[in-house]
Design a protein around this ligand. Sequence first.
Ligand SMILES: Cc1cc2nc3c(=O)[nH]c(=O)nc-3n(C[C@H](O)[C@H](O)[C@H](O)COP(=O)(O)OP(=O)(O)OC[C@H]3O[C@@H](n4cnc5c(N)ncnc54)[C@H](O)[C@@H]3O)c2cc1C
Length: 245
Amino acid sequence: MTANNEPPKTYEQVISTVSGHALSTLSPDNLPSLASIHSVTVMVVNLYFTDPNLLPDRGFGYLIPRSISFDQNPECALGVVFDSDATIGQDSVSGTKLTVMFGGHWWDGFDSYPDEEEGAAMAKAVLRRHLNVDVEPTAVNVGLQRECIPQYTVGHEARMKSAHNELMSTFNGKLKVAGNSYTGVGLNDCVRAARDIAMGMIDGRAKTGVEEFVYPRGWVETKIPSRAEIEQELERRYGGKPPRN
Ligand SMILES: Cc1cc2nc3c(=O)[nH]c(=O)nc-3n(C[C@H](O)[C@H](O)[C@H](O)COP(=O)(O)OP(=O)(O)OC[C@H]3O[C@@H](n4cnc5c(N)ncnc54)[C@H](O)[C@@H]3O)c2cc1C
């Protein structure tokens, strides 16, 4: 492996958390199943308004389903997150923070995308039409995330089985994978994959990070703690008074 033009170093084990497609380009011809994972590009526009009471409703925000036609969604918006509601207590200034997301499946096959100015204008148009927000934001940040969300299309499970076999035959278990290309795209899935691979390396179960597609683990027995055990644990951690936010 090399980084920053340093001489190559040898490692006994590598866990890759770059996308499956990016990994396939680092080992050309060996990982065709990972090369075939399709991902979509998303534009993210963050807006900050000083008025803390700008929105007609409070909550996490909303996603726009595929069933909404282009006529009703000419900006190709995916959804709006109400960040100032979703992350209460994490900001040092009051106000309303929103994130408008564009693209995804709408932009499949595109090779050029809106620029920053167009992205900001699209976000303002969506907020005006959906939420009646017609004031200028104090700050706007536009980012284009290329091929950032893998799409688990029909055949994903078969692709992952092949990926396990390709990783084993080429790297014999020395290269493992985790991240959003394999076992779930949500943050919780990615954290779980990282945890599973770390634990699996201790007990020898983790072979490639996608071995579960070939050898399903089945149901895991979990013991739910009793009320008395929960109270005992709360007492141990917080002296009986769990912190509230
Ligand atoms: C706009 C958007 C909104 C989302 N909203 C939510 C949400 O509300 N809830 C939720 O649970 N999930 C959400 N997700 C999904 C979730 O955030 C991602 O799937 C997850 O963060 C991906 O984590 P990761 O570690 O697999 O990949 P990343 O965080 O993308 O990490 C991959 C890293 O690899 C690096 N890299 C790539 N190629 C190379 C290379 N050749 N060499 C070295 N480094 C390389 C990249 O720079 C990057 O840092 C959202 C995703 C997006 C894009």
